[in-house]
Design a protein around this ligand. Structure first.
Ligand code: NAP
Length: 313
């Protein structure tokens, strides 16, 4: 019997690799751990984890020999890191290999929202175009003043792309970064929102950034503003966002992540100025393969007693 369990909706190649490299036992979710016989649970030393369900101390306590959690993804807000550290459990994630995909998606969402892709595609597919149904004019994306909230690994890739779109780049982070000349630093998110047309959110998720994009930040953006979020749904005060989109206090939003995903608040989904995507930031064949490979290298290192490539704790 393997001492590794793999939790989550892995692709077929990742599933095969987990079985081959670790003889991993597959579980659909963390709940299934409780149903494993106690003797079997006691042998588990490693978990390959993929998903967003809470991996808290209570779950860890069901696996008394656990020493490694290798997360599939850079965001590890679902895992209680303090609880893991207190139990001597090492946690790893998969940063950097997904930066390009997530940054590409953020910029694509920003353009798609400005240019009204959803309505335009419907016009073409439905035959409305052929019937002479005219579309309203969209808005220009290039050259806008864009604020990146969180100039980390992904935020920087987004900013670099927007610079090529002739945008004026502003950013907010807890510390000033080494950037190309002309990028403007803001210490406060409200100050950032006041200075820009649009905001793209790339901060970490988790309790520390819950509601970081507050009603105050959204209000400071103004009626021509657009919010793009590829980070975590919890970062935005979703009630304030719904109110702002519905009243026209901001022009629009493009969201890859939601507060209660995979459920989207029905009040949001009905709004014509929202462009929703089902959390597909890193969902390409190439990037998912790289994430899976890094997850398995990290898990192998931890189980062999070596330092992993990308540790969290
Ligand atoms: P990163 O390099 O760690 O950057 C995170 C940014 O968040 C940094 O700018 C950091 O600010 C800021 N930050 C961290 N803790 C903060 C706090 N307590 N208060 C305010 N700001 C804080 O992370 P990354 O690799 O760019 O990833 C960013 C996030 O994107 C991930 O955490 C994940 O949730 C999300 N993501 C989403 C997808 C998707 O499919 N949509 C895919 C990948 C990642 P400082 O610079 O001041 O430290």
């Amino acid at each position: 019997m393997s001492n590794v369990i793999a939790v989550g909706p892995y692709s077929d190649p990742d599933d095969a690799a987990l079985r081959e490299e670790f003889d991993a036992r597959r579980l659909p979710g963390l709940d299934a751990i409780a149903e494993m016989p106690e003797a079997e649970r006691a042998t588990v030393t490693g978990v390959a984890f993929m998903g967003h369900e809470p991996f808290d101390g209570a779950v860890m306590d069901r696996l008394p020999a656990l020493k490694a959690i290798a997360n599939f993804g850079v965001g590890y807000d679902a895992i209680d890191i303090a609880a893991a550290t207190a139990r001597g459990i090492r946690v790893t994630n998969t940063p950097d290999v997904l930066n390009d995909d997530v940054a590409d998606l953020a910029v694509a969402m920003w353009i798609a929202q400005a240019r009204g892709f959803e309505t335009a595609i419907r016009n073409a597919r439905s035959g409305d175009w052929g019937r002479g149904v005219a579309l309203p004019l969209a808005r220009k994306a290039s050259g806008r003043r864009v604020g990146i909230l969180g100039l980390g690994r992904i935020g920087r890739e987004i900013a670099d792309r927007l610079a090529a779109f002739k945008c004026e780049i502003h950013y907010q982070s807890r510390s000033r970064k080494d950037t190309p000349a002309g990028w403007t630093y803001h210490a406060d998110p409200v100050e950032l929102a006041r200075a820009v047309d649009d905001i793209i959110i790339a901060v970490v998720g988790g309790p520390e950034t819950q509601g970081y994009v507050s009603a105050g930040v959204i209000g400071a953006l103004g009626p021509d503003g657009v919010i793009v979020n590829i980070s975590r749904g919890t970062v935005i005060d979703e009630e304030a966002l719904i109110a702002a989109l519905a009243s026209g206090a901001i022009r629009g939003a493009a969201l890859d992540v939601f507060r209660d995903e995979p459920r989207i608040d029905p009040r949001l989904i009905d709004l014509p100025n929202l462009l929703p995507l089902p959390h597909i930031g890193s969902a390409t064949v190439e990037t998912r393969a790289a994430m899976g490979a890094l997850q398995r290298r990290n898990l192998r290192a931890l189980l062999d007693g070596r330092e992993p490539e990308t540790p969290v704790n």
